[in-house]
Design a binder for this molecule. Structure first.
Ligand SMILES: NC(=O)c1ccc[n+]([C@@H]2O[C@H](COP(=O)([O-])OP(=O)(O)OC[C@H]3O[C@@H](n4cnc5c(N)ncnc54)[C@H](OP(=O)(O)O)[C@@H]3O)[C@@H](O)[C@H]2O)c1
Length: 296
């Protein structure tokens, strides 16, 4: 599979978003064994990047549900698990009553990353992403806290998620050019609005990871070819699914883009992974971009 650069390492151009295995809009979850099988299908298809988060868990479950699936899948996989790049996230809290909040304090993020380190049985996290801004705190202070986790060796690379251009700039100011590995924002035909952040990342050599790249669980991803017919037409011209056309289009926007499609079924990620090697023509990319309102 074609490769892209993330935090100085080569990873598959298509990653696996592990969230739907533990959290999705349909509230339908695979068994633990089926979830592990889906992760294995991704790895067997050549996917070497997995995105997870401490907060991904079904209602009523504890933090770390999704991380535990990924960790166990890596332990059981018969390939070289050390070649797999795992990115996780922290900064969203789960109350005893199931309510969610945000905490970007140094103390909280340290305890969160320590919990993730323990689940994965490693001494550091390859890429730790600040999940969503805690609006009660100064963004630069949060970045300083993340930097201290890196200085202490708990995380190798730092990413941010759900960040505006202004917040990306603040992260760069605090961490230094070259030390912000990634930005993970929602981006898809349904949600093309993050094109500004995507372009900013491209200009600053930062990987951009579109989340819900197909339109999300709950029907957005499965119906993308119906809702955005140009993607279905381009897919048909290549004899592939509209989902592959969407992911290939995102990859064609810039070499810094690394989509992380989610999957509960092995068949979904096996199909999506093929998008890495699907070459669209320049005319097709322009047509797809313009169909969702993106112009040069
Ligand atoms: N940073 C954040 O705040 C944030 C927020 C949301 C998500 N994320 C990340 O982004 C990842 C992806 O987002 P997402 O899972 O919400 O949405 P998505 O990737 O747009 O859609 C996932 C759904 O697409 C279906 N699918 C995937 N490939 C397919 C294919 N080739 N053909 C047909 N259906 C296909 C899957 O179906 P099946 O389930 O039936 O396999 C899955 O339910 C998440 O897993 C998570 O890692 C991050």
């Amino acid at each position: 599979m074609k490769q892209r650069t993330l935090a100085g390492r080569q990873v598959s151009a298509i990653g696996l978003g592990a969230m739907p295995l533990s959290m999705n809009n349909d509230k339908k979850y695979p068994s633990f064994e089926d979830a592990v099988a889906t992760v294995h299908a991704a790895l067997d298809a050549g996917v070497t990047l997995i995105d997870t988060a401490d907060i991904y868990a079904p209602d009523g479950e504890e933090m770390g549900h999704n991380e535990r699936i990924v960790a166990e899948a890596l332990r059981r996989w018969d390939g070289d698990a050390s070649s797999i790049f795992v990115a996780t996230k922290g900064g969203i809290t789960l109350g005893e009553d199931g309510s969610k909040g945000r905490d970007g304090s140094h103390a909280y993020l340290r305890s969160a990353v320590e919990r993730s380190v323990e689940i994965f049985g490693v001494d550091h996290i390859e890429l730790y992403q600040y999940h969503r801004p805690d609006r009660t705190r100064v963004y630069a202070d949060v970045m300083r806290g993340l930097k201290s986790l890196q200085d202490d060796g708990l995380v190798r690379a730092i990413g941010i998620s759900n960040a505006s251009v202004e917040e990306i700039q603040i992260a760069l100011d605090v961490l230094g050019e070259g030390n912000l590995a990634s930005v993970q924002n929602e981006f898809s035909p349904k949600h093309p609005g993050s094109i500004d952040e995507l372009r900013f990342c491209a200009d600053h050599d930062i990987a951009f990871l579109p989340w819900s790249p197909l339109g999300g669980t709950g029907g957005g991803a499965s119906s993308v070819g119906d809702r955005f017919s140009v993607f279905r037409e381009v897919g048909e011209a290549h004899g592939v699914s509209p989902q592959q056309a969407v992911l290939a289009w995102e990859l064609a926007l810039d070499p810094h883009v690394i989509p992380i499609p989610g999957a509960r079924r092995a068949a979904s990620i096996t199909d999506s992974a093929k998008a890495a090697d699907l070459a669209l023509t320049t005319d097709e990319v322009t047509r797809l971009s313009e169909s969702v309102g993106i112009f040069d």
